[in-house]
Structure formats: C-alpha cells, structure tokens
Design a binder for this molecule. Structure first.
Ligand SMILES: Nc1nc2c(ncn2[C@@H]2O[C@H](COP(=O)(O)OP(=O)(O)OP(=O)(O)O)[C@@H](O)[C@H]2O)c(=O)[nH]1
Length: 302
C-alpha cells in the first residue's frame, strides 16, 4: 500500500460530478485535474458525454466522472442520451458531488438531487460560483434553504473558476474513498483519447464564438489524427443540420471558421504538448441530432 509522508493510507476511488446544465461541473473537474480536459462554455448543455478526469494528489486519487447536466426536457434523442449518461454515472462510484449555483435553486437541481439520493453513496454539496455573489450574507439563508429536508454528507462553498474552496472539497472526498493503490498512472488525466479531446476543443470554440446563432446540434468528427514526427496532423469535420447553418459557421470570407480553427489549435497544442496542423471543414447532414443511428456514429454511445 502506497503510504504518504504522514503515514495516512493512500485512498483512491470514483466520484460522480452531477448537476443541472451550466452550474460549473466541467470547470470543477478541470480545476481538480489541473488541465482542461472537459470543455466549458456559458451555454447550457455543453458537456454531452460522460468522461473521466483523473486528479492525483499525494494523499490519494479521485477519478471524477464528469457528466452532462441533468435536465427535465428530453424531447430529442440527444437530450435523452445526455440524461442517461448522467444517471448512469451515479452507479459504481464511492461518492457524488452535487454542484449547484450559489443563490439559485432550480427545479432541475431537485431532479439531480433525487437521482443521487436513490444511489446510496455519500453526497457532498458544492455550492459553486460564490465569486459571483455580491452579497455574501445571502449565502447563509441559501445554505439553510437547500439543506432543509435534504441530507448531504458535507457542504462546500467553492469557486471552481478561481480555485477557491476546492482543496477542502478534495480532502472531504478523499476521506470517502477506499484505501487503494492508484487506479491510474499519476500522469494520466483522462480516459478519453487525444482524438476525442481534439474534437471537443473544436466544439468548444463553436459554442463559445457562435453563441445562440449556432444550432445546438452542431457536432465535430475527427476524420484524421496522424503523428508526423513532432507534428500532429488533425482533420476535423463540423457537422451541421442545414445548408444555411454553414454560412454562419464559415463567416464572411471564411473569417469565423479561421478563428475557430486557430483557437482550437492553440488549445490542442497546450493540451497535447505538440505542434498541431489543423484542417477544418463543414458538412451537412439533415436532422442528425434526433436520429439514434447518427448519434452512435458520432460517438454518443451509452
Ligand atoms: N463566475 C464563475 N463562473 C463559473 C464558475 N464555474 C463555472 N463558471 C462558468 O459557468 C459556465 C458553465 O460552466 P461549465 O463548467 O461548462 O458548466 P457545466 O455544469 O459543465 O455545464 P454543462 O456542460 O452545460 O452541463 C462557464 O461560463 C464557466 O466559466 C465559478 O466558480 N465562477
């Protein structure tokens, strides 16, 4: 068994990070892992897949299961997939973190809480975005409101964005993990391939730059991922649902697509520690986000 300096046993296990869309789950996972493995945008429902973030500390290892936000609207196949991925993550973990936004409790928070309570593992509450609250005195009544009639193992006030309060949350989570050898090498940060992460980095730029003009259904497929000496040659296809959406993504004189590619390439170079040559194209396939077979082709497997 791997003992640290103070001879506490090394602990390692799985933690589900659950919450409604846009509360900061991916930002929290990235903060704990120390690298940007999960994409972030101000648009709700950015995270579509369940992915593992591996956070290693001298005292132990947390394998964080980042999930799509749980929400009540399930009309499209894509949304049904996202809810299934989030609920599936709750089984087989040692603890869960329910992430909520400071000052606001939403009916979808109740839905997420209920999914956790049915799971029989310790639930820690992380009240995120405390940096946004002008009136810190409002926190006490909020804590009282959200904990009234709901059982949490502990409550943590955090700012995932600024890294505030996260050390305390890590300590509390590690205490719930079983004694174990590390589950992953300490230099591993995710279970997803570089190919997958490359696609997500392009999608992040689409979400961030195009905001509400962008159809929610846009997705990215990596057609080429080749190692060429010290260079990575990556080819990305942006899939859209209608011809008219292409003009939005490409922009005047191709400027928008150029900016998307440039920013995604910088993100890839940072994450992969290698020079990247990135090519991007737009293609159209009608109605794919409500088509279960197309979803599987684009990697939305349960
Ligand atoms: N001010 C502030 N903003 C935050 C904090 N954490 C996250 N955000 C912002 O909230 C937005 C949503 O963050 P995400 O991490 O994508 O949220 P998510 O819960 O993973 O969202 P989904 O993928 O939609 O489920 C982004 O604009 C983040 O920068 C925080 O601690 N403080």
């Amino acid at each position: 068994m791997n003992d640290n300096a103070s001879s506490h046993p090394y602990r390692a296990g799985f933690v589900a990070v659950i919450g409604r869309p846009n509360v900061g789950k991916s930002t929290l996972v990235n903060a704990l892992v120390g690298s940007k493995i999960s994409i972030v945008s101000s648009r709700p429902q950015t995270t579509r897949h369940r992915m593992l973030g591996i956070a290693s500390f001298p005292e132990g290892q947390l394998v964080l299961v980042d999930t799509p936000g749980i929400h009540a609207k399930q009309s499209r196949a894509m949304n049904r997939h996202m809810n299934r991925a989030a609920r599936g993550a709750v089984s087989d973990v040692h603890a869960s973190v329910l992430v909520v936004e400071a000052g606001r409790w939403h009916s979808d928070d109740t839905l997420a809480y209920q999914a956790l309570k049915d799971s029989d593992v310790p639930v820690l509450l992380a009240i995120n975005k405390i940096d946004k609250l002008k009136d810190k005195d409002a926190l006490l009544p909020f804590i009282k409101e959200v904990t009234d009639g709901r059982a949490f193992d502990s409550v943590h006030l955090i700012s995932a964005l600024k890294g505030k309060g996260t050390a305390h949350l890590v300590k509390a989570l590690l205490a719930h993990m079983p004694e174990s050898e590390p589950l992953y090498d300490e230099d591993e940060i995710t279970d997803k391939s570089q190919r997958f992460l490359a696609g997500e980095l392009v999608r992040e730029q689409l979400m961030q730059r195009l905001g509400d003009e962008l159809p929610y259904s846009a997705t990215v497929e990596i057609e080429k991922f080749e190692v060429d000496g010290a260079l990575l040659r990556i080819g990305a296809v942006i899939w859209l649902e209608r011809e008219g959406q292409k003009a939005i993504v490409i922009g005047k004189g191709g400027q928008q697509l150029k900016a998307i590619s440039a920013a995604a390439r910088i993100g890839m170079e940072k994450l992969f520690g290698a020079k990247v040559f990135l090519e991007t194209w737009c293609r159209v396939r009608d109605g794919w986000s409500d088509d279960e077979a197309a979803l599987r082709r684009f990697g939305y497997n349960d």
